[in-house]
Design a protein around this ligand. Structure first.
Ligand code: SAH
Length: 238
């Protein structure tokens, strides 16, 4: 064995998954993300790392790098890559951040966040057990160990683990659920699609270091509804 330099490894190194589709990911990142104004190099690197086909039903794997949301079962969808990148850029997760995600779905967005907050943690809540079980299996396959999952209504947040440096909601709500605002740390950001069932505006709520709340908007989006006493009911008309 050749003696090499000695160094302390602070983070477990993640292997590069799915090398066979890496060029498709690079193309997706250049055309759909960088080409449309996503600038954050860490976000682009994360989108190049996560194989989206691992988050899809097998028969849709060939569509993984299409510029579109896709069905993942139980009437839910995996978000369009551009929307995942946009929301992640707006959230601005740092390596040590503690992040709360509502609506795990396929777990694709979760994996992107866990890669970026490598020395922090991602807490993710999903209300449908079948989807959560599948997502957990994908996190194991990717070697992502900084994710905690919970089954239930995420609109109430995760009070035991609050406050969070970032909160991201992957489902549409008519207004910001109050518990989520309450669980936002100073300097933290909340990213959530707000509107009706047909269309929403991506809202970014930021709590300053002094505690003031500032809100802005980042464009139109379309998400499945957040089903909760604090948002939409399952019987809401389309
Ligand atoms: N970013 C995800 C998108 C998931 S779609 C992806 O790319 O795969 C939104 C998810 O939110 C669905 O899985 C839905 O079941 C879930 N959801 C809806 N209301 C919820 C609630 N109140 N609490 C937790 N999850 C909820």
């Amino acid at each position: 064995m050749v003696p090499g330099p000695r160094y302390v490894q602070r983070m477990p190194r993640l292997a590069r998954p799915a090398p066979d589709t890496r060029s498709a990911r690079t193309r997706m990142v250049m055309r759909q993300l960088a080409g449309r104004g996503i600038r954050d190099q860490r976000v682009l690197a994360a989108m190049r790392w996560v194989p989206r086909e691992w988050f899809l039903p097998p028969h849709l794997a060939g569509d993984a790098y299409n510029d579109a949301p896709l069905p993942i079962g139980s009437g839910q969808t995996i978000s369009q890559p551009y929307v995942v990148a946009l929301m992640t850029e707006q959230l601005a997760p740092r390596r040590t951040h503690r992040i709360l995600e509502i609506g795990t779905g396929s777990g694709y967005q979760t994996a992107i966040l866990a890669y970026l907050a490598a020395r922090g943690k991602v807490f993710t809540i999903e209300r449908l057990p079948d989807l959560l079980v599948e997502a957990e299996e994908r996190f194991r396959r990717l070697g992502l160990e900084n994710i905690e999952t919970r089954l239930g209504d995420g609109a109430g947040g995760w009070p035991e683990e609050a406050p969070f440096d970032g909160i991201i909601v992957a489902a549409a709500a008519p207004r910001i659920p109050e518990p989520l605002t309450a669980q936002l740390a100073p300097g933290g950001r909340l990213v959530i699609p707000i509107g009706d069932l047909a269309s929403q505006e991506l809202v970014i709520l930021e709590r300053s270091e002094r505690g003031e709340l500032v809100q802005r908007q980042a464009g139109g989006v379309r998400f499945v509804p957040l089903i909760s006493r604090l948002a939409f009911t399952e019987q809401s008309p389309p």
